[in-house]
Write a protein that binds this ligand. Structure first.
Ligand SMILES: [Zn+2]
Length: 134
């Protein structure tokens, strides 16, 4: 699986992680799916209601609001993003939530390492996508 996004959106993700640090930033990814490729066309940062340095939670009402707004524009909800202070691997908590949203892209952004990775759960196992910034 490949995940494509523009330099503008990848810069926005890194900036969001930097701004929120040390609290984890989080939000929603919208775009389109073409076979084995996903293209991210919108990044919508949302509040981390836990204000935690180790995990995140999105306000379900805020999520619903952006879902209606962006899907109304013809975009599809394709995933979530959140930031980690360092390592870009999913945590145990992340994996637990990821299993509730199989096939959905989970993007992890590291502000300190300036890295972006994307994962999803396929058949109960972790699959890392190739992130292409163009
Ligand atoms: Zn995490």
């Amino acid at each position: 699986m490949k995940v494509r996004l523009s330099r503008i959106l990848s810069d926005m993700l890194l900036e969001e992680a930097r701004r929120s640090y040390p609290i984890e930033a989080c939000g929603v990814l919208f775009g389109s799916i073409h076979g084995d490729e996903m293209r991210i066309e919108a990044v919508v940062p949302l509040r981390n209601i836990l204000e935690s340095e180790y995990t995140f939670e999105i306000d379900p009402e805020e999520f619903l609001k952006v879902l209606v707004e962006y899907e109304g524009r013809g975009l599809r909800h394709i995933g979530f993003f959140h930031s980690h202070p360092g390592c870009v691997k999913p945590s145990t908590i992340d994996l637990r939530y990821m299993k509730l949203w199989p096939e959905t892209i989970w993007m992890i952004v590291s502000y300190r390492e300036s890295r972006i990775r994307a994962y999803r759960i396929i058949d109960e196992s972790l699959d890392e996508a190739t992130v292409i910034i163009e």
